[in-house]
Design a binder for this molecule. Structure first.
Ligand code: SF4
Length: 399
């Protein structure tokens, strides 16, 4: 596929359209639940002949319902939750003086790369799980209890733009007590094939539907996770307001938007300059990390967003293939339009999220939040694997 063999965000390695587990779960009477990532809604229409970037949010939810899903939640809610936790973590590091730069952790291809090739950056990684993983943990605990079900009564499918998410769901921290939080990942392309197999041919004929609550309500900031720079922008909106107690006059951080490989910006946090960087695509990630590694002052950076795919998740390996040279620009434009059209544009103002904290999690960064929403990382670099093998420890396959 042209990408490094240590991880594969491009879809060349592991997109396998095996729907057998989903069929079995339906046949066995489980509660069938889907969650859909931000970038899927601006791309799935292409699988049914629509223009790249067509916003298909309510159509996609309707099609999932027609195709056998009882409940459909929005991973954008998980993105808002990530911002609450990650923003709190950033503010804590700013108070404690590091370790800097803090680096985002929502891209599993990047996490694989870090653990295998850049383990010296593990202390810099945010301990936050990704949005799909956070939402799944809440579905299995808070929501299962609310609907009077055991966690194992639920079959949860993540609809993702990404093949690396298939690898992510088998990580040790993504499950407990004998079950995994996410049962299955279907890429945007795969879920469209599932819909087609269930008889959905005409996108225009699909009835629109809304996400189910409480994990259906989300902010425009959560939507931004679909594009390069979006996690940073969402985090800055919340960290600035939570940290300074001031209201942002302008929510759009243009300096972290766009397709430039490495973007840098300095944000004034009430007199304190916070230096951030945004990087996407493998070659740029390596270039920035080597530069940070080489500089004892880590380039003065406080926070870095890393996404392995070009353009971020809108360009993920599980998205529809396109011959349109402007496909990434069109999908990205729609991501920003969805945010701009929302009344709710700050993660920390999502009412359903605030309700989740007040009734279940406590506060951001609480013991319970750490137990369910945070993770840890492991040095899996080649030298460490050799040592583990020599000592009789478990070796792991590379992808
Ligand atoms: Fe997956 Fe998004 Fe990372 Fe690509 S950028 S590997 S789609 S999480």
């Amino acid at each position: 596929c042209g990408q490094c063999t240590f991880y594969c965000p491009t879809g060349a390695i592991s997109e396998v359209s095996d729907f057998a587990p989903l069929r079995q779960a339906i046949a066995s009477g489980k509660v069938i639940v889907a969650q859909t990532a931000p970038a899927t809604r601006v791309a799935i229409g292409e699988m049914f002949g629509l223009e790249p970037g067509t916003v298909s949010t309510r159509k996609m939810v309707g099609a999932l319902k027609e195709a056998g899903f009882h409940f459909v939640f929005d991973t954008n809610f998980g993105a808002d939750l990530t911002i609450m936790e990650e923003g709190t973590e950033l503010l804590a590091r700013l108070k404690a003086g590091g370790p800097f730069p803090m680096i985002t952790s929502c891209c599993p291809a990047w996490i694989n790369l870090c653990e295998k090739l850049y383990p010296d950056f593990i202390p810099n990684l945010s301990t936050c799980k990704s949005p799909q993983a956070m939402l799944a943990a809440v579905v299995r605990t808070y929501w299962a209890e609310a609907i009077g079900k055991q966690p194992s009564d639920i079959f949860l499918v993540s609809v993702m733009p990404c093949t690396a998410k298939k690898d992510e769901i088998i990580r040790q921290d993504l499950g407990r007590e004998g079950y995994r939080d996410v049962d299955m990942v279907l890429t945007t392309r795969e879920v469209a094939r599932w819909m087609q197999e269930q008889g959905i041919r005409e996108w225009a004929a699909v009835s629109e539907a809304d996400y189910d609550n409480p994990m259906g309500e989300s902010s425009g900031a959560g939507m931004l996770f679909g594009a390069t720079g979006g996690v940073m922008e969402a985090a800055l909106r919340s960290a600035f307001e939570m940290g300074t107690g001031q209201r942002l006059e302008k929510l759009d951080f243009q300096s972290v938007r766009g397709f430039q490989g490495i973007k840098q910006a300095t944000i004034d946090f009430d007199g304190r300059p916070i230096k951030v960087a945004v990087v996407h695509a493998a070659a740029n990630v390596r270039k920035l990390l080597e530069a940070v590694r080489a500089d004892p002052g880590h380039l003065g950076l406080h926070f870095i967003e890393v996404m392995a795919c070009t353009g971020g998740c809108i360009g993920g390996g599980g998205q529809p293939k396109s011959n349109d040279p402007l496909v990434l620009e069109k999908r990205t434009r729609s991501v920003y339009e969805i945010d701009a059209q929302k009344t709710l544009r700050r993660s920390h103002e999502n009412p359903s999220l605030l309700n989740l904290y007040s009734h279940f999690l406590g506060r951001p960064g609480s013991h319970k939040a750490h137990e369910l929403l945070h993770t840890h990382y492991q040095d899996r670099s080649p030298g460490t694997r050799d040592a583990m093998a020599a000592g009789g420890g478990d070796d792991e396959s590379i992808c």
